[in-house]
Design a protein around this ligand. Structure first.
Ligand SMILES: *Cc1c(COP(=O)(O)O)cnc(C)c1O
Length: 376
């Protein structure tokens, strides 16, 4: 390698290394070690096609991918025999898959989602040209059930496709899927579909003692969970999970044009399924339970410390997202916090320690003192 190329790489590596220590605003677990998988980067594996069917491309990790899907089926209370899914490129693709299923099931349905729903959903609805209505949110980020009820009531002549946020991006709020079902039942709507966007909290709720309703037994028809968030991976990835018989309908319609093609993308990453599989191997049955509950304890620590310092911070139940008043741009930049209107959040992923929280709060306090002085 020439020295210019080497310098570029060295510089970038140093940047990543420094940034990692001050990354507290985005929900990416940086606490992982996939070095055992490095030798596989010398090959060209490809998971093209349905992981539950044979592929002509033999260098694949479909078997590991199926094991990952089965793990998620267990976590989401879906019998493995009824489950179908695949490892996606991230939360957006999982949402797209779920909404695609919902639209194929109910082509004339209306999609309902809240103001706090992830931006990917609005984009996907445009791509799918699906009729949709945005519902108001409550202050804590949860959907406003009264507004939802009224809106669905007015449109009760067509099927309903609900987006349930299982952990909103900004406030970590969890929509109550049991209320969605009550609303549909109350309005005698039998044709409805629930897609759960569980990007972050899909890896939290299965491991806490008192979760909000979630899973296929609670009414999910499909769910998207991120892989690079709570589990952590150097490449973005996620999981799309739904019922096998729904996919059968879509697969048939595509078989008509000559292929059994059930995934959204063609060529697919074969390394990310391996990483998720490896993470589950490493953590064992109780690993994620311990990790998740540690994260929640640190989140609670952060809320208490903020409040003791006179800064009004809060979090939703079972959430690792700590919301507080937006600090100065310098602090947002320094700690890579996520700002939105007058709030910001930090997310207590495993690499965000109590010591780091203390440093963030010290900075916020200095900031407040400086601004009150300059205001005098
Ligand atoms: C992060 C996130 C997504 C999607 O994430 P990508 O992996 O960036 O596509 C979707 N929904 C929610 C609620 C998220 O927090």
């Amino acid at each position: 390698m020439d020295t210019k190329t080497q310098d570029r790489l060295d510089g970038l590596l140093q940047d990543f290394d420094e940034l990692r220590d001050r990354q507290v605003g985005y929900p990416c677990n940086q606490d992982f070690d996939y070095s055992a998988l490095l030798p596989f980067l010398s090959y060209c594996p490809n998971n093209v096609g349905d992981p539950f069917h044979d592929s002509n491309f033999l260098s694949n990790t479909h078997d590991m991918e199926r094991e990952v899907i089965n793990r998620f089926a267990d976590m989401m209370h879906l019998p493995q025999d009824d489950a179908w899914g695949y490892v996606t490129s991230g939360g957006t693709e999982g949402n797209m898959y779920g909404l695609y299923m919902g639209r194929e099931m109910f082509p004339d349905g209306v999609v309902y989602f809240s103001q706090d729903t992830h931006y990917s959903v609005v984009k996907i609805l445009r791509v799918l040209k699906a009729r949709n209505i945005m519902i108001k949110s409550q202050d804590n980020g949860e959907i406003d059930y009264d507004d939802l009820y009224e809106t669905v009531r007015i449109n009760r002549d067509v099927p309903a496709v609900f987006i349930a946020n299982i952990g909103t991006t900004m406030k970590g709020a969890i929509d109550d899927v049991s209320r969605f079902r009550e609303i549909a039942d109350d309005l005698a709507i039998t044709n409805y579909y629930i897609h759960a966007d569980a990007a972050l909290s899909g890896m939290i709720l299965p491991f806490v003692d008192d979760p909000q309703p979630f899973g296929f037994d609670a009414g999910f028809d499909s769910v998207a969970v991120s892989g690079h968030k709570m589990i952590g991976s150097p490449m973005p990835c996620g999981v799309a999970l739904t019922r096998r018989d729904y996919v059968g309908r879509v697969a048939r319609s595509i078989e008509y044009v000559g292929v059994l093609d059930t995934t959204l993308t063609g060529s697919r990453n074969a390394i990310t399924p391996m990483m998720l599989w490896y993470a589950f191997q490493q953590q064992g049955p109780d690993g994620f339970r311990r990790i998740v509950n540690d994260c929640i304890e640190v989140a609670e620590y952060a809320v208490t410390r903020f409040n003791d310092s006179g800064i009004p911070a809060w979090r939703n139940k079972n959430s690792v997202t700590v919301v507080f008043p937006k600090p100065s741009p310098e602090i947002i930049r320094k700690w890579q916090l996520a700002p939105y209107e007058d709030i910001a959040h930090l997310i207590t992923m495993p690499h965000v320690t109590r010591e780091k929280i203390d440093l963030v709060i010290d900075d916020c306090l200095r900031d407040l003192q400086a601004s009150s002085k300059s205001g005098e």
